[in-house]
Design a protein around this ligand. Structure first.
Ligand code: ZN
Length: 456
């Protein structure tokens, strides 16, 4: 831990330099680095070079590294103590529909304490909070409190195709004690958060074939098996009335969240009624007896994403179709093995298919869940540091979706990630008039100053 006087001096430096920090962010925002549109390729390169320049100014050994797609910006700064790898991305989403913007998306405006521009929040504003925190440390102490590496990606918004290969190639230099991924939200404008759980995914497509051809329901009805019925029976067998998933072995290895975490989630004041009310619903459909937050963050799912079978056109057709299919996905939590879940699902389905019918499966991806150990050193130090900055207990949250880079760090670099970000749910990322609150930016910088100090 850096001493208190030093930390205060670095925080004061952040406050003093905030206008200059903001103009540096504006410089980066003005480069329209849209990765998905080849017309912006030159700007992609320019953004990467600009970031390399920033890291050079802070005495990082930095470079723009080629990949089959857009380059990675990589930098290393010496320091004592643990080694952290910071991750952000410098590419942004396209701007259309442009007519819905109140100002030029690449001409950042400060409106009522909000930075309005494409990339202001996702992810240029966020990644610059970290670089500016490093700048403040350098300005006051001449060095960084820990050993820092930085990885800035240019293809996050367009599929991260070069990331896995690059991580394999650069494993030796990128593998650190902990990764800091800055691409997520705060719990609310006052409450910092660290995302510690991401659900995994298994996707399956199942097709049932009964007769060798479509049949007339008058001539064959009753005698011929209807694949829509078989499929419906299978689907209705996947969940019990109480919302639990009934595939044998599905919950093997799934543990309840610790009571301390449940208490903390209860204290977040999550409004279940509003959450469901916003989408026109009122009754949680997951396992009974579990809160909605627990259902979406900490419990596995089985969802029917699509069902196809029989005549679905205009009018009416008395057909017994030959085949029917469904697309089904499972969100996984810690302890579940995607391969075993897939096998268990297939065995469950096969057992329900009549002997004169056939079933075939198609795999649609699989990835395990991520769950950080809650007693980890870095997690608890960062949690404390964020609480001190924001004056509120840091929320340890889950995310129902996935953040691919975190899985790649785990798999390829055997490294955990702390997902810490200062974006807010109303930042309109990917949408017109994207914004980042000046407070997110300013206190985000201060937060990283404290987090780095806490690791030292
Ligand atoms: Zn992002």
């Amino acid at each position: 831990m850096a001493d208190k006087a030093q930390l205060d001096a670095v925080l004061a430096q952040v406050d003093k330099d905030i206008d200059a920090s903001l103009s540096r962010l504006f410089e980066l925002i003005r480069i329209p680095s849209i990765s998905t549109d080849p017309a912006y390729a030159d700007h992609m390169r320019k953004a990467a070079d600009w970031l390399k320049g920033q890291l050079h100014e802070l005495d990082f050994d930095a470079g723009v590294r080629p990949t089959p797609g857009y380059p990675m910006v990589v930098g290393h700064a010496e320091g004592e103590g643990p080694h952290v790898l910071f991750y952000g991305h410098y590419d942004v989403q396209p701007v259309d529909p442009i007519e819905l913007w109140n100002s030029d998306p690449f001409d950042p405006q400060l409106v009522d304490g909000k930075i309005v521009a494409r990339g202001a929040s996702d992810d240029k504003g966020q990644l610059m909070t970290f670089i500016e925190a490093c700048r403040a440390w350098k300005a006051v102490t001449g060095k960084l409190p820990v050993k820092v590496s930085v990885l800035l990606e240019g293809e996050e918004e367009s599929g991260s195709h070069s990331l896995p290969g690059f991580l394999d190639e650069a494993k030796a230099e990128l593998k650190a004690d902990i990764a800091l991924v800055c691409d997520t939200d705060m719990w609310d404008p006052q409450t910092p958060s660290i995302t510690t759980m991401l659900r995994g995914l298994v996707g399956e497509e199942v097709e049932i074939t009964c007769a060798s051809q479509d049949l007339h329901s008058g001539m064959f009805g009753n005698a011929a098996r209807n694949p829509n019925q078989v499929l419906a029976d299978i689907i209705s067998s996947l969940r019990a009335r109480d919302g639990s998933v009934t595939v044998p072995g599905f919950y093997d290895g799934v543990e309840d969240i610790p009571d301390s975490l449940r208490a903390q989630w209860d204290a977040l004041g999550f409004d279940e009624k509003a959450f469901l009310g916003d989408v026109g619903l009122s009754i949680p459909a997951g396992e009974k007896g579990r809160s909605v937050l627990e259902q979406i963050w900490a419990r596995p799912t089985c969802e029917i994403n699509g069902m196809i079978g029989g005549y679905t056109g205009e009018g009416f057709k008395t057909v017994i179709p030959a085949r029917a299919s469904a697309k089904i996905s499972f969100r996984l939590v810690a302890g579940q093995d995607p391969k075993k879940i897939r096998e268990a699902f297939r065995a469950h389905v096969k057992a329900l298919v009549p002997a004169d019918c056939e079933v075939s499966f198609k795999e649609h991806g699989g990835s395990p869940a991520i769950a950080l150990p809650l007693d980890g050193r870095f997690l608890n130090q960062a949690k404390q540091a964020l609480s001190e900055e924001w004056g509120k207990e840091t929320a340890l949250t889950g995310s129902g979706g996935s953040i691919p880079v975190v899985g790649e760090f785990r798999r390829r670099l055997d490294m955990d990630s702390l997902m810490i970000g200062f974006a807010l749910i109303d930042d309109r990322i990917h949408s017109p008039n994207e914004k980042y609150n000046l407070e997110s930016f300013h206190r985000g910088i201060r937060s990283w100053v404290r987090v780095l100090a806490s690791f030292a």
